[in-house]
Design a protein around this ligand. Structure first.
Ligand code: CP
Ligand code: NVA
Length: 302
């Protein structure tokens, strides 16, 4: 039994296999062909934070594969009234076949997985968002081929998304240029060392974006950090992706954002809606990539 709790839980070879599966599942869905290898299987989804893409993609994906997805908001369950996460894991995993969890600290999902009889997938924690970066890398490959040796410029917070890009940089061997304000530097939490070939930090986003193949950003205040919003708005004022900043990158650069975006804050409308933006491809590819993971967890590669 395998869990997917952080990006580095899968190897390069496993991602290559999953991307082949993602492309096949996407083509099959577009052609209107039914593929339902999971009849009778149930995905339990625990959400301790808001979501649009993650909920819709997992729920639609599980239905398309012939299974069922159960949406649980922690505030409506006994989890929200203090039931220990270990007990919730023991109970749920006797009733469902696979679980997705969106929560706060990574330790919460780790504790859930330690007590689960079924695979657990990370649907976002404070520290990581592996399904998002898997879909993002698939999106890059769809547009421009292998990401190996490319440069990804991240502008903004050292958060769950950028920390997952960092794990991906080592596995896929690309370079992550991270431009963040002082006081918001990356904290590596996985015990790995990241060489200069995979990771460089900048304070000037214009330097970080030079010759980049991808420019990407995210909100400056992630879910769970709302009380810091006002201070962060001030601290991130110079960390906005604009058309001027995009000019630093390669001509064929792609703009990425996990969404939801705060238009006008971390990115301008012109960039988000511009020809270099693939943000809606990224969102769609969450569906196809996660279906590949779900089918794989049940041993289906047809
Ligand atoms: N990108 C992402 O995970 O979006 P949601 O918060 O809407 O699920
Ligand atoms: N960093 C953002 C990502 C949302 C998908 C957050 O955690 O709120």
């Amino acid at each position: 039994m395998r869990h997917y709790l952080k990006f580095s839980d899968f190897t390069l070879e496993e991602y290559q296999y999953l991307f082949e599966r993602t492309a096949k599942l996407k083509a099959r869905l577009k052609s209107g062909t039914l593929y339902q290898p999971l009849p009778g299987k149930v995905l339990g989804m625990i959400f301790e934070k808001s979501s649009t893409r993650t909920r819709v993609s997992f729920e639609a994906g599980m239905f398309q594969l012939g299974g069922h997805a159960m949406f649980l908001q922690s505030k409506d369950t006994q989890l929200g009234r203090g039931e220990p996460i270990e007990d919730v894991a023991k109970v749920m995993s006797r009733m469902v076949d696979i679980v997705m969890v969106r929560t706060f600290e990574q330790t919460i999902i780790d504790r859930f997985a330690e007590n689960s009889l079924v695979p657990v997938i990370n649907g976002l924690t404070n520290e990581y968002h592996p399904c998002q970066i898997m879909a993002d890398i698939f999106t890059y490959i769809e547009h421009h081929g292998p990401i190996e040796g490319k440069t990804v410029c991240w502008v903004g917070d050292s958060n769950n998304i950028s920390r997952t890009w960092l794990q991906a940089a080592k596995i896929f061997n690309f370079k992550l240029n991270l431009a963040c304000p002082r006081g918001y530097e990356m904290t590596v939490l996985d015990g790995e060392t990241y060489s200069a070939a995979n990771f460089e930090t900048f304070t000037d986003p214009y330097q970080a974006a030079r010759d980049a193949d991808i420019v990407t950003t995210d909100v400056c205040t992630s879910m769970g950090y709302e009380r810091e919003t006002l201070q962060r708005k001030k601290d991130f004022i110079n960390y906005k992706v604009s058309e001027k900043l995009m000019l630093q990158a390669k001509a064929e650069v792609l703009f990425m954002h996990c969404l939801p975006a705060h238009r006008g804050e971390e990115v301008t409308d012109e960039v988000l809606d511009g020809a270099q933006s693939v943000v809606f491809d990224e969102a769609e590819n969450r569906l196809h990539a996660q279906k590949a993971i779900l089918a794989w967890c049940f041993g289906h590669d047809g």
